[in-house]
Design a protein around this ligand. Structure first.
Ligand code: B12
Ligand code: SF4
Ligand code: SF4
Length: 283
């Protein structure tokens, strides 16, 4: 296969079109709708900006991921990033939008098995490139991926899928922190770094929060959050959000469904104007 933006996008869509890959495993349902794919260059100044902005001693540049994986230097001019959005299905979104205190089991299965599917996709794409003689690494699947406490941002990882998607032309941040793409905010994100020159996707926005309608008075995610973790001026309080996951969602899911696995909330992602599209002032 000739490696072009189009052929890679098609490869990702074909992978996700296979029901054996795109599955919630424990429920006979697809985890996601069809993906959106974006591309960026390692030389994009935003990568260096985010390293500084997030944590210069912890956050990594694309070339640093390749260098630590393959133990030699890489020319950033030749390194690209493939980033994707995996949107939740309408069924999962609608069920979650109807909830007010905790999401449904479908939402939890997307967090657990949908994320497995996201990482399997990243691993499969990484393997595809490596087998074709092009070094590639999926940070989220690397043993070197980590996240931890941050003075500035409470918790941060050494590779942020949302910031990568922003740079790759896929969307902008919302008041609640969620990244809003053309397919909205109810989605998961992934990426692979490759030693190969690809054409960066044009960013059709200039502000990091351009799509969010908070500037026009939208308060939908504030009202959706059962933890009071989102405020008009403070944005997203990650400590309140995490505490709600651990102290409220976990016991609720155990009582309701007998579920004792990884528990998340995500109610701010649905029942809002940016759930599955770029919101407008009229929403
Ligand atoms: C740690 C983490 C969490 C933490 C903290 C979240 C956070 N906001 O950082 C907790 C446990 C709270 C959490 C919760 C959730 N998470 Co989470 N989480 C992550 C993880 C592992 C790392 C995030 C990270 O590194 N953040 C770095 C910090 C710096 O990001 P930030 O604070 O949001 O960044 C802000 C600034 O950088 C600023 N900013 C950006 N550009 C600029 C430019 C300028 C000039 C300035 C001044 C500022 C600025 O805006 C950003 C938003 O406010 C990622 C996976 C990954 N590797 O990316 C998933 C991830 C972010 N989570 C995700 C999801 C789905 C969730 C939940 C919905 C849970 C669920 N599955 O139901 C909730 C949503 C909470 C919320 N409102 O965001 C998705 C994102 C989906 C989306 N639409 O954005 C991710 C990408 C996982 C994935 N693979 O898809 N998560
Ligand atoms: S619900 Fe409204 S305020 Fe919240 S992120 Fe979406 S557009 Fe922004
Ligand atoms: S994930 Fe839940 S608790 Fe956290 S900000 Fe969103 S709605 Fe609030």
């Amino acid at each position: 296969m000739t490696i072009t933006n189009e052929s890679i996008s098609q490869w990702i869509c074909d992978y996700m079109a296979d029901p054996a890959h795109n599955t919630m495993k424990e429920l006979p349902l697809p985890a996601f709708d069809m993906p959106l794919v974006g591309f960026s260059a390692a030389t994009d100044p935003y990568f260096a900006f985010y390293k500084e902005h997030i944590d210069p001693n912890f956050y990594r540049l694309p070339t640093q991921w390749l260098e630590s994986t393959f133990s030699h230097t890489f020319d950033p001019e030749n390194v690209s990033i493939i980033s994707w959005v995996l949107p939740h299905t309408e069924d999962t979104r609608k069920k979650s939008a109807a909830c007010t205190d905790a999401p449904t089991m479908e939402w939890e299965h997307v967090r657990v098995h949908g994320e497995e599917c996201n990482r399997d996709l990243a691993k499969a794409l990484e393997t595809f490139f490596n087998e074709n003689g092009i070094e590639a690494v999926a940070p989220m699947c690397s043993p070197e991926f980590s996240w931890g406490d941050s003075e500035k941002f409470v918790v941060v990882s050494n590779w942020s899928e949302r910031h990568t998607a922003f740079i790759s032309g896929l969307g902008t941040f919302g008041l609640c922190d969620g990244l809003i793409s053309k397919k909205g905010k109810a989605a998961r994100y992934g990426s692979v770094i490759v030693n190969c020159k690809l054409t960066p996707t044009e960013r059709t926005y200039t502000e990091y929060n351009e799509y969010c309608q908070a500037k026009n008075g939208c308060t939908a995610c504030i009202r959706r959050c059962p933890a009071g973790a989102i405020t008009p001026d403070g944005g997203h309080d990650k400590n309140k959000c995490r505490a709600y996951h651990a102290e409220v969602i976990k016991p609720l899911l155990k009582d309701r469904y007998g579920y004792e696995g990884y528990a998340v909330c995500g109610l701010c992602q649905t029942g809002v104007p940016c759930e599955c599209k770029i919101p407008t002032e009229k929403d």
